[in-house]
Every structure is written in C-alpha cells, then in structure tokens.
Ligand binder design. Sequence first.
Ligand code: S6P
Ligand code: ZN
Length: 195
Amino acid sequence: MTKLNQYKSFSTMYNFDTGELDPKGRVITRKLSHMSEMYLNQEAAEELLKEDPLVYEVFNVEVPETIAHIQHCVTILYPGKVGDEYFMTKGHYHEILDRAEIYFCLKGKGQLILQTKEGDFDMIEMIPGSVAYVAPEWAHRTVNTGDEPFVFFAAYPGDAGHDYGGIETEGFVKLLMEENGQSTLVDNPRYQSVE
Ligand code: S6P
Ligand code: ZN
C-alpha cells in the first residue's frame, strides 16, 4: 500500500503588473514610522512623517519555519528618499546566522547592501534579471536607487529567522545617499562594530 506523503506542493502567482503575489500570503507593511529612526537625517524624517509614506511591503508565502521547507516572498520597495538617503529595507542577519538566501530582481533597480559581523562590506547592483546570492553570515538590506518600485523575489531556508538587533539601532557600516544625482556610499557615523 502507498503511504501518503505529509507534504503538499503548490504554486503562487506573481503579478508582473502590480508586483504582488496571489494569494498575498502573510503581508508585512513597513511605513516610515516603523523605521524613521534608521535614517541619518532625522529632521527630514520628522518632516516626512507628517505623510508617513509606505516604504515597502513583503508578500510572504506561508510555509512552516523548519529546515525541510523554503521560505519565499516578494518585496516591493517604493522609490523615495529621506533627505538624501534612499528608501531602504531595515536589513537583518538571519537568526540562524549561517543561512544563505537568493534574491531575484523582477522590476526597478537598486542595490543589495551586505556586511558581516567582522566588518566586511559588499554591495551588489540589482536590475531586472539579477540573481544575487547572499552568502551565509552576511546581513542584507536593499536600497531603491531608481524612480519606480524595486521588486524582488527571495528564497531562503525555512528555519533562518530574522535578527534585526544591532542593525535597528546602528544600521549598516555604510549608507547609500544621492549626491549630485549619483548614488554614493558614505560612512555611517552611527555605526560601531556589533561585536
Ligand atoms: C527575508 C528576506 C526578505 C526581507 C524583506 C524585508 O529573509 O531577506 O524577504 O525580509 O525584503 O526586509 P527586512 O530587512 O525588513 O526583513
Ligand atoms: Zn534574509
């Protein structure tokens, strides 16, 4: 007699026009008020908080958070700036630090900012078609450097989890700002090693 498998396969539909998933799954909505203290120019953040714009949304396909599964989701990061600093995701390490991730850019353009707890830093350009590999132990944040929504698909081990810890208070070692119409990396004066 055939034994029934405990798992079920399924698909989700990506909408190429809206960038959303159908079904939407577990939706995370981050407005400026959820992360305004992460931007360098606090005066500009205060001013923009009057409107409290939507910075990004994540559509998470719901699968169990165990190593047997693969979490996957789509992020829509809207265009905008706080002062000269582009709209960005909070950024995180994985709670289980050595869990890698794959990002696939579908729409718009941006940069994937990466760093390790040892202080290594890296940046990968994301345009439609870019498939980026976030290696184990690297924190990752995306930044929208364009003027349309930057949309990417991500997949990572089911048990990875998210650690926002030090990044929420100190940010990344470098910030991506617009200077004379060009995206430019600058040292983050608030950053100290999280070690
Ligand atoms: C999850 C993956 C992405 C981000 C999303 C929002 O491991 O890296 O789905 O969660 O882009 O970023 P953040 O930093 O607010 O979780
Ligand atoms: Zn991640």
